[in-house]
Design a protein around this ligand. Structure first.
Ligand SMILES: *Cc1c(COP(=O)(O)O)cnc(C)c1O
Length: 366
């Protein structure tokens, strides 16, 4: 049976990448050792590291005036590092609240800064992206932080906000490399790798050079972007194997048409799944405003139908999906329902299999 893994993260990786990693596991390119066992200062690993950065730069078209950092600590550490480094003597930062991850970023930033929540979708249960003309931005804010894709609620921006001269900061953990972006619109982009790039343990930061080097004195070296920028992300031992795996994913992306091809495939996959939900006569429902539905994380609920209220419908759905090899469809514990994460590495066949099952399930219960 073919298994399709719809986990929100850590998430599915391209099979071809896993196979290559397997083939190279014990003896990388005749070096006689695994990448895991190599000195991070050695010629071989340095080559892997440099290639991964070069490929990432090429794929995203990252201008040379931006630093690419390979860090650890996940997106969660960036919730702290962003305000610590980017306040630059200012007192306040603007945050856009579009869901669970925005809220976490906001709570952490409050430890270091006054936070102006310039816009929020909490009034309608985090189900939409607030229109830019409703944002109460502060011209003196140190930066504007937003979450382009809310992994839990399944809400995604399909536009990049124009916030003028104030640096724009984006937590792209769950949609980086899924669609074309103009990096020059951003002051800083960060992403945990485990959704759309590679295994957990690697965090990618893309930061405009002029925003580096303004940390307050006394900030621990590991929390200062400058430490990592000045040392090519090798101030301490980087997550070498995670970077190697990310590098394999970047090569896979290049071989498969790059970001433009991913974006086309992701659009097709998401359209297929949302169309099935919308055509189910309310058996499946997506709570997200149509224009703001995520291409990466498709959240939906099952409706109890007819007179026969079936409290176990969710459980039944998950059990039957599991039996078909459609795994990890349970929604986040904070929102319930279902969530199908369909990142770059999810083939269209996986979405087709899911849609086929969903239609059958709805018919059997309808
Ligand atoms: C998964 C996720 C996080 C948390 O990432 P960690 O690496 O666990 O810290 C933060 N923001 C978004 C948008 C996410 O999807």
């Amino acid at each position: 049976m073919t298994i399709y893994n719809f986990s929100a993260g850590p998430a599915v990786l391209p099979k071809a990448v896993l196979q290559q990693a397997q083939a190279e596991l014990i003896d990388w390119h005749g070096s006689g050792m695994s990448v895991m066992e190599m000195s991070h200062r050695g010629r071989e690993y340095m080559g892997i590291h440099a290639q991964a950065e070069a490929d990432l730069r090429e794929l995203l078209g990252i201008p040379s005036s931006y630093k690419v950092l390979f860090l650890q600590g996940g997106a969660h550490l960036q919730f702290s590092m962003v305000p610590l480094n980017l306040l630059r003597g200012k007192l306040s930062a603007d945050y856009i609240n579009t869901g669970e991850w925005s809220k976490k970023a906001i709570e952490e930033a409050k430890k270091f800064s006054y936070v102006n929540v310039a816009a929020s979708n909490a009034d309608r249960n985090a189900s939409y992206v607030p229109a830019l003309d409703s944002w109460k931005l502060d011209r003196d804010a140190a930066f504007v932080h937003y979450t382009p894709n809310e992994t839990i609620g399944g809400v995604e921006f399909n536009w990049v906000p124009d916030v003028g001269a104030v640096p724009l900061v984006a937590d792209m953990s769950s949609n980086i490399m899924s669609r074309a972006i103009d990096v020059s619109r951003f002051g800083l982009i960060y992403a945990g790798a485990q959704k759309n790039i590679g295994p957990a343990g690697l965090t990618i930061v893309i930061v405009r050079e002029d925003l580096v080097g303004h940390a307050p004195s006394g900030l621990p070296a590991m929390l200062d972007y400058k430490t990592h920028a000045d040392n090519g992300s090798m101030y301490n031992t980087p997550p070498t194997y995670g970077i190697y795996m990310a590098g394999l994913v970047f090569q896979w992306l290049k071989k498969n048409g790059g970001i433009a091809a991913m974006e086309r495939a992701n659009t097709a996959k998401a359209n297929l799944l949302y169309a099935a939900i919308d055509a189910s006569n309310g058996f499946y429902q997506c709570p997200v405003n149509k224009a703001d539905r995520s291409r990466m994380n498709v959240a939906f609920t099952l409706k109890n139908t007819g007179t026969l209220k079936d409290a176990n419908l969710d459980g039944d759905f998950l059990k039957q999906a599991d039996a078909r090899g459609l795994l990890q469809l349970k929604g986040h514990r904070s929102v319930g329902g279902m969530r199908a994460s369909i990142y770059n590495a999810m083939p269209i066949e996986g979405v087709q299999a899911l849609v086929g099952f969903m239609n059958e399930f709805a018919n059997s219960k309808g």
